[in-house]
Each structure stands twice: as structure tokens, then as C-alpha cells.
Design a protein around this ligand. Structure first.
Ligand SMILES: O=C(CCC1CCCC1)NO
Ligand SMILES: [Zn+2]
Length: 369
């Protein structure tokens, strides 16, 4: 198995400011801090573990590239792109669009490189240069909508890559699987009426965006039944996530038979993450990765692209990323050094209320053709 890998040091220069989750504000008690929850150090540490562990020697480096305005505007409005360009030129930068997603000067250059890198990895996989690949990009993208950024996301990297694959690479049927712990609202909205793109989101129920990602949101018009939300209850561990992978994600992909699978790969379901309340360990991410690999082998000639989204534990995200990319490459170079602790705290058995939710969504798989 040849696995592509993409990282560029400038992804570690994305400036998320001196706030914590919110901008510093003495009147509200928000003190300035050195590391915003979305500080790039978490992703930089993941890259460095991939290097120090030796995993990088088993991977094929794919070069990043900058998305053109034409490629960005397959998903986003020209006004959104122009606003990011304008604010990115300001000495103190600007905001992706929701007032809590700050970026520094030059952010457009970094975000356009992230979107272009999702395209570059997709091009490498579709061309057969590599069998599958992981694009470790920053900032994340899966909340971004055509007209605005949201939730630390500026451009919807995964949606931009999918649109490129259809417009330029001759790919017709694409599945987007989003296992970031927050709802993949962006792809759901962008492809809501499009039956050629199956969007599946496995996320913590109503965590973020507020009241988004409900089971009932199943696509509209011709796209009805081609959006699958799996809003997992708070406190789900490996057992629940593995059950969801095997009971919904695998069967839905088998029913849809995509020619390409793109994963919005967020590690914030991890048991040490500050921005959600799930308990997933590397075991859960390995099962998720195996599930999409099996589906890609069945219908897509193995064509599978993972693009980095969220994940805010600088301690555990690196191990989750390592395990995921080891699985893609079919190698094992280093154990999860935290699993004895994180995996031994309970919460990994499948609970009845968790099974009930997953089984409720599994009933929809029969509507996918
Ligand atoms: O990881 C993320 C960002 C979530 C935060 C954005 C504001 C509050 C929660 N989305 O996938
Ligand atoms: Zn997230």
C-alpha cells in the first residue's frame, strides 16, 4: 500500500491570536493566553510524531499547492473569498466570519494552501501516484459555508477537493465521511441537493454548530437520503464509535458504491479533547479508518483521501493521527503511549442508548441507491 502524506511548515504559522476559545476581553473575564484551543502546535506535534516515529519513511510525500480563486469559488462565493483576501492583508488579520475564528495577516495564503493541498492529495490518489493519502492541513474547513467561514474554518477544504474531483478528474460519485466530533454542516449544506455526493457525519449530538446535525437532516430535493447524520450521545467511547462504523458507515458506503471517498478527519472525538465530551482512543480511529479503507477497496479502487479537520489535545491528537496514518499505510511503528491510561478509564463498552441511536440511523441505509 502506498500512502501519500502532505504537510507544510506554514500550516504551523496560522495565527489564532491570544484568545482561548474567545478573544481576550477583561470585561468578560477572558484572559489572553499563549495558546488558543486551535493553536497550530497540536498539528505541528502530530507532524513531528509522524517524523520521529519513523512513520514518515513509509509514506510518499505529496507537495502542497495553492488553490486558485476558480477552485475556491466552485464552493465559495466570490464575496467570501474577496473578504478573506482583504482581511488577510490587514496588519492584525481578521476573522473567518463568526467573530470567534480569528486569523492573522497572511491567513489567505495559508488557507488557500490548505484547500489546494486537499486537491493535490486527491489528484495524487485519483492519478494512482499513491493508493490513499493524508493531507495534514491547517486551518480546518468542514464548517465553512459558501458565503462564510465558521468554527475556525475559512474554506471548506474537503468540499473544494470533491468539486475538483468531479469537475476536473472525471470522478462522478463521491462519499464524504466526516468523523470530526462536530457536525459536518458545511458539506451537508453544499451537497444537500446533490445525489452524486453522499455526505455522512459522525459527531457528538448538537455540540457544534448549535442544534445542527440532527438525524432528520437527510438531504433535500434530488439529494434526499444522501445525507446521513449520526448524532452520537455525549460520552461515547470506542465501542460506540466502532458500532457506528460497522453498522452505519460501512453499509452506507457499500450501498452508495462511491468512486472516491474523502474523509474530514477530525481527532476531537478523542478522550482528552477540550472541545467535546467523547471518549474515543486510537482504537476507535483505527476502526473508522479500516471501515473507509474496506469501502474504498470495494467500490473505489482503494481511492481514499483524508484531510485534517479539528482536534485540540496537543497530547493525544498526535497519537490519534499516527495510528490513523499507520492504518492507511498498513504499517505499525509505535504504540499509542497513552492507551494504557486513556483506554483504561472506562466508557468503551457499547451502551443501550448509544446502540439505539445508531440502529435508528442504520434504518436509513436502505434508502441509499
Ligand atoms: O473543531 C471544531 C471547532 C469547534 C469549536 C468552534 C467554536 C466552539 C466549538 N469544529 O470541527
Ligand atoms: Zn471539530
Amino acid at each position: 500500500m502506498t500512502t501519500g502524506y502532505l504537510w507544510d511548515e506554514i500550516f504551523g504559522w496560522h495565527d489564532t491570536g491570544s484568545g482561548t476559545l474567545f478573544p481576550a476581553d477583561p470585561d468578560l473575564g477572558h484572559q489572553p493566553i499563549s495558546h488558543h484551543v486551535a493553536h497550530p502546535d497540536t498539528k505541528r506535534r502530530m507532524h513531528e510524531l509522524i517524523c520521529v516515529s519513523g512513520l514518515v519513511d513509509h509514506l510518499t510525500r505529496i507537495a502542497p499547492r495553492t488553490a486558485s480563486v476558480e477552485e475556491l469559488t466552485r464552493v465559495h462565493t466570490p464575496e467570501h473569498v474577496e473578504r478573506i483576501v482583504r482581511e488577510s492583508a490587514q496588519p492584525k488579520g481578521g476573522d473567518a466570519g463568526d467573530g470567534i475564528s480569528p486569523f492573522g495577516k497572511g491567513a489567505y495564503r495559508i488557507a488557500a494552501l490548505g484547500a489546494g493541498s486537499a486537491i493535490a492529495m486527491t489528484e495524487a490518489v485519483v492519478a494512482g501516484t499513491v493508493d490513499n493519502g493524508y493531507a495534514l492541513v491547517n486551518p480546518a474547513g468542514h464548517h465553512a459555508l459558501p458565503e462564510t467561514g465558521l468554527g475556525f474554518c475559512i474554506f471548506n477544504n474537503v468540499a473544494i477537493a470533491a468539486k475538483h474531483a468531479q469537475a476536473v478528474l472525471g470522478i462522478e460519485r463521491i462519499a464524504i465521511v466526516d468523523w470530526d466530533v462536530h457536525h459536518g454542516n458545511g458539506a451537508q449544506a453544499i451537497f444537500a441537493e446533490d445525489p452524486s455526493v453522499l455526505t455522512i457525519s459522525l459527531h457528538q449530538d448538537r455540540c457544534f454548530p448549535p442544534n445542527s446535525g440532527l438525524v432528520e437532516e437527510r438531504g433535500t430535493a434530488a439529494g434526499e437520503h444522501y445525507n446521513v447524520n449520526i448524532p452520537m450521545p455525549v460520552g461515547c467511547g470506542d465501542g460506540a464509535y466502532q458500532y457506528a462504523a460497522r453498522t452505519v458507515i460501512g453499509p452506507a458506503l457499500e450501498a452508495f458504491a462511491p468512486e472516491l471517498i474523502i474523509v474530514a478527519s477530525g481527532f476531537d472525538p478523542n478522550a482528552m479533547d477540550p472541545l467535546a465530551r467523547q471518549l474515543v482512543t486510537t482504537r476507535g480511529f483505527i476502526t473508522l479508518t479500516e471501515t473507509v479503507m474496506e469501502a474504498a477497496a470495494r467500490s473505489a479502487g482503494g481511492r481514499l483521501v483524508l484531510v485534517q479537520e479539528g482536534g485540540y489535545s496537543p497530547v493525544y491528537v498526535p497519537f490519534c493521527g499516527l495510528a490513523t496514518i499507520e492504518t492507511l499505510a498498513g504499517v505499525h511503528v509505535m504504540d499509542d503511549g497513552l492507551l494504557p491510561v486513556v483506554g483504561g478509564m472506562g466508557g468503551h463498552d457499547l451502551e443501550p442508548h448509544q446502540k439505539e441511536l445508531v440502529d435508528r440511523v442504520a434504518a436509513f441505509v436502505g434508502d441509499i441507491a
